[in-house]
Design a protein around this ligand. Structure first.
Ligand code: NCD
Length: 304
């Protein structure tokens, strides 16, 4: 087993605050419309064992904007279908000259495993219920385009927190940068234990209490099948926790509404709220490009 290559991005939990700030600063210098060819001649492998729209597309656009060659490997249509292991697939990509691997995998810890066996940086694009570091970085970048600083902000995080890698990465990042967070959702999806993730996390069982006075309202996806498996009714979730214009009015006047996507209109939020002036949902997607450009540029620079 090796130490992960420099420039790897495996989690926010173990990423020093100075590195978070450095990536955010670099992202602000990235100009998707006029990019510098920082990755010219480099090969970025996108290895996706799970479905993805935003993450995959923005890593690909980010890599190509910086001049890299990208290769996309997905479960269907690759030797993964024939039973090839993650490590063997990683060795194959490394043998064809990949300089960086961006990995999404249903198992928590898969990117760490790969990084411990390869000499090239591995970037976690979401692993099981563990982390989704690039999403948390683009969320912080988005917040900072609307608020002067993250320290002291009140953030309400609502939805299926237990199963969400986005929630975990955001909680670590926002805590490192000094935000105050309140988690909210049904006990089956937001257990008391969730508040032990970082010091100072609060829990609200009534969505009104979570949203009141918030600067940022962050929603997370709630899957109907998951609710059904827990014997919860979708209409009950909607009645108690769905974000509505009336509930959002309890937040600060200049509060922003976030969702990593895919957002299910009519479930986590009332249909049109995604298009409301407070919603930065599409901006989050847009900001994924410069933030992922920064992550890739840092990976290649550090790996040298
Ligand atoms: C999330 C994911 O896949 O973790 N989506 C994303 O990358 N923006 C959130 C989710 O699927 O709920």
């Amino acid at each position: 087993m090796k130490t992960p290559a420099r420039g790897s991005l495996l989690s926010i939990e173990h990423l020093p605050t100075r590195d978070i700030n450095a990536i955010l600063k670099l992202a602000r210098r990235m100009k998707p419309a006029h990019p510098q060819p920082l990755l010219r001649g480099k090969r970025v492998a996108l290895l996706f064992y799970e479905t993805s729209t935003r993450t995959r597309a923005s890593f690909e656009v980010a890599a190509k904007s910086l001049g890299a060659i990208t290769v996309l490997i997905q479960t269907s249509g690759s030797s993964i279908e024939k039973g090839e292991s993650l490590l063997d697939t990683g060795y194959t990509l490394s043998a064809i000259g990949a300089d960086v691997i961006v990995l999404r995998h249903p198992n928590s810890g898969a990117p760490n495993l790969l990084a411990q066996h390869l000499d090239i940086p591995v970037i976690n694009a979401g692993d099981g219920m563990h982390e989704h570091p690039s999403q948390a970085l683009l969320d912080a970048y988005t917040i900072l385009r609307h608020k002067k600083k993250i320290a002291g902000l009140q953030v309400a995080i609502i939805g299926d927190i237990f199963h969400s890698r986005v929630a975990r990465s955001n909680i670590h990042l926002l805590s490192k940068l000094g935000a105050k967070m309140t988690l909210c959702g049904p006990p089956e999806l937001v257990p008391e234990l969730a508040t032990t993730l970082v010091p100072g996390l609060k829990l609200a069982r009534h969505v009104e209490d979570a949203v009141r006075g918030a600067d940022v309202v962050m929603l997370l996806r709630v899957q109907k099948e998951r609710l059904a498996g827990l014997k919860l009714h979708a209409f009950d979730y909607i009645a108690r926790y769905q974000m509505t214009p009336a509930r959002l009015r309890l937040a600060k006047r200049d509060a922003i509404l976030m969702h990593p996507g895919p957002a299910i209109r009519g479930m986590e939020l009332e249909g049109d709220l995604a298009d409301a002036p407070q919603s930065v949902i599409r901006e989050e997607v847009r900001n994924g490009v410069p933030v992922r450009m920064a992550i890739l540029a840092r990976a290649v620079r550090k790996a040298r």
